[in-house]
Design a protein around this ligand. Structure first.
Ligand code: SF4
Length: 285
């Protein structure tokens, strides 16, 4: 998605997090782009899913005065942010030009570079705003390390163009079986696997990230299939992300219910022995 204001290209982001140590090498600033074509059942960022602007309301300390809804004509809008006497309503979404974002990020280049880090674009799915993402990556070229955290879901043409301007890829592999992938993410796994092989063949630094969702992605069958895909691409390192029970904590803020189709109380299986048997080193994050 691109947002045009006058003659200027704008992208839509919903957060910038500084001093991150989980979004790639070193210390990083992570920019979260709004909107994602996937609907992973375990998504912990509901405010990153829709491309449209959204307004989040925290229930903690709410007076139930109704001022927020009254200001927005019965729903939460930009007017609701100012109307709440407790500052409990905030916008999830901001439209920015690549140059504006660059200026904000550039304040920390020296620190990020000194710490072996850089900037990571995450989401949502950053590949869903390819023109904005491409412009941002080009502006950052030569200034700091440029990371992309992605589901890999895009056409191969879009992915390859973006890949050319990245220094680091954090690529999720979730489910290999097509029907199971569609069931739990809403989309086909085919373009993702195609792009994964492209990423691996590019020679760019690639961190394969595997969310371990109990009874979904952590099964022996799926882990074995992931290992085979990695082997085919000659990738020998993976980072494992066990399911976080706090994944649903933001849903009430977005006025939504978190009710995933798996047992959230079950401890995910960490099948490091299967990775090891395929010659793949693992690290649990
Ligand atoms: S205006 Fe603020 S305090 Fe009043 S109902 Fe809305 S969120 Fe609650």
């Amino acid at each position: 998605m691109k947002v045009k204001r006058g003659d200027f290209l704008k992208g839509r982001i919903f957060s910038i997090e500084e001093f991150s140590i989980f979004d790639g090498d070193g210390i990083r600033t992570t920019v979260f782009l709004k909107g994602c074509p996937l609907r992973c059942a375990w998504c912990h960022s509901p405010e990153g899913q829709k491309f449209e602007m959204e307004y989040l309301r925290s229930p903690n300390g709410c007076l139930s005065c109704g001022a927020c809804l009254a200001a927005g004509g019965g729903r939460l809008t930009a007017a609701s942010v100012d109307a709440c006497p407790r500052n409990l309503v905030r916008a999830a979404g901001e439209d920015v030009e690549p140059e504006q974002l660059y200026r904000r990020l550039s304040r920390h280049f020296d620190m990020l570079n000194h710490a072996g880090g850089g900037v990571t674009f995450s989401g949502g799915e950053p590949l869903a705003q390819p023109e904005f993402l491409y412009e941002c990556l080009c502006l950052l070229r030569g200034r700091t390390n440029r990371g992309l955290q992605t589901s890999g879901y895009a056409t191969n043409a879009i992915f390859s163009r973006i890949l050319g301007e990245c220094d680091l890829l954090l690529f999720d592999l979730k489910l290999i079986d097509e029907a199971t992938h569609k069931r739990y993410t809403g989309v086909s796994s085919e373009p993702i696997l195609d792009n994964y092989h492209t990423a691996a063949a590019s020679g760019k630094r690639l961190l394969t990230r595997i969310p371990l969702i109990p009874g979904v992605t952590d099964t022996e069958e799926n882990v074995t299939a992931i290992c085979r895909v990695m082997q085919e691409s000659n990738v020998a390192y993976a980072e494992l992300l066990p399911y976080n029970r706090l994944a649903g904590s933001k849903y009430p803020l977005a006025g939504r219910v978190y009710d995933p189709p798996f047992n959230t109380e079950q401890v995910p299986a960490v099948r490091q022995e299967i990775f090891a048997a395929h010659g793949i080193q693992t690290k649990i994050l």
